[in-house]
Design a protein around this ligand. Structure first.
Ligand code: SAM
Ligand code: DTB
Ligand code: SF4
Length: 334
């Protein structure tokens, strides 16, 4: 038997749940290399051991401060370095954010995620974003924010305001990172995650695929995430949404089955995390999304818009969930 097949077989024999395992990149790569049907089977096993496999969590996303960002993330329509047609706006008033959260709750969302196109929040911003957290939380919603890099004090202030989750993605493998961003380092990202964790806020961290990276880079990203100790509670997997004007527009699209494999490998290596099928759903058909759910994705962004790009219409998502007999987490059966 050749070496790759031997490694793949040994990966197949591993116990399904190993949340505390240290993952070597080559072990994760061996999972990617499993025959697709075996990979899906293992992912389903891990999923069923930890979750109700017919349940999906819905998060609604709101861009509370759009565009004009100082960072140069090569995938991002909101970077001031690229001409993408996204207009830079100011931070939304607290009352408008709370109104949007109320509407999202009415539509069935249980978590409200507020995103700002910042390198990191300024002190005057902190006063307003902490107030947003307080008021959104008072509506009975789980709160999530993604504001860029955070210092230890800022993470503490958000925790005190009642923040449940902070999203900050590692985005890709350390050895591909330099091809994606130059204005902040991988270590900066790890430091922010450590501050969030130390403050007692749940960690939401994932990445993007389809940026021209190799499978080994995808394995490197998953290994980094899976080796965070403790592992993230929530792992968004984004498929690059190509936006004209960004350096990544025109990148060869990823084979959709490779995207499904990435979800499955995230599920197996981080069995207790919510794995979120994030950006890129608008470009996927229903069958592909169903395959992602089978591979262990159990959360989506719900609502017609992500931050600046389109997401499937809420009605289309409702219809899809109904056709797949998927219940919404936190919602009572009709
Ligand atoms: N500015 C903050 C930051 O980067 O930490 C928060 C917002 S930022 C837009 C959140 C995440 O969205 C990024 O880390 C990236 O993973 C994802 N993202 C941004 N543009 C994307 C795109 N075109 N396609 C897929 N995912 C994207
Ligand atoms: C994440 O991982 N994906 C979301 C959320 N966290 C903030 C953002 C996706 C953004 C897609 C591009 C846009 O709409 O601007
Ligand atoms: Fe700015 Fe975040 Fe976009 Fe990077 S991903 S350019 S930090 S908004």
């Amino acid at each position: 038997m050749n070496t790759i097949a031997t490694v793949a077989l040994s990966a197949l024999r591993k116990p399904v749940v190993e949340p505390d395992a240290r993952w070597r990149v080559e072990d994760v790569d061996a999972l990617f290399a499993l025959p697709m049907m075996d990979l899906l089977h293992r992912a389903q096993q891990a999923h069923r051991e930890n979750f109700d496999s017919n349940e999906i969590q819905l998060s609604t996303l709101l861009s509370i401060k759009t565009g004009g960002c100082a960072e140069d993330c090569g995938y991002c329509p909101q970077s001031a370095h690229f001409d993408t047609g996204v207009k830079a706006g100011k931070l939304m008033p607290v009352a408008e954010v709370v109104e949007a959260a109320r509407a999202a709750k009415g539509e069935g969302a249980t978590r409200f995620c507020m995103g700002a196109a910042w390198r990191s929040p300024k002190e005057r911003d902190m006063v307003l974003v902490t107030e947003m957290v307080r008021q959104v939380k008072a509506l009975g919603l789980e709160t999530c924010m993604t504001l860029g890099m955070l210092g230890a004090d800022q993470a503490e202030a958000l925790k005190d305001a009642g923040l449940d989750y902070y999203n900050h993605n590692l985005d890709t493998a350390p050895d591909f990172y330099g091809s994606v961003v130059s204005t902040r380092t991988y270590q900066d990202r790890l430091d922010t995650l450590a501050h969030v964790r130390d403050a007692g806020i749940h960690v939401c961290s994932g990445g993007i695929v389809g940026m021209g990276e190799t499978r080994l880079h995808r394995a490197g990203l998953i290994a980094q995430l899976a080796n965070l100790d403790p592992q993230p509670e929530s792992v968004p997997i984004n498929n690059l949404v190509q936006v004209d004007g960004t350096p990544m527009a025109g990148t060869a699209p990823l084979d959709p089955f490779e995207f499904v494999r990435t979800i499955a490998v995230a599920r197996i290596t981080m069995p207790r995390a919510m794995v979120r099928l994030s950006a890129g759903r608008e470009q996927m058909d229903d069958a592909l999304q169903a395959l992602c759910f089978l591979a262990g994705a159990n959360s989506i962004f719900y609502g017609d818009k992500l931050l600046t790009t389109a997401n499937p219409q809420a009605a289309r998502d409702r219809a899809l969930l109904q056709r797949l007999d998927l219940r919404v987490r936190g919602e009572r059966a009709a």
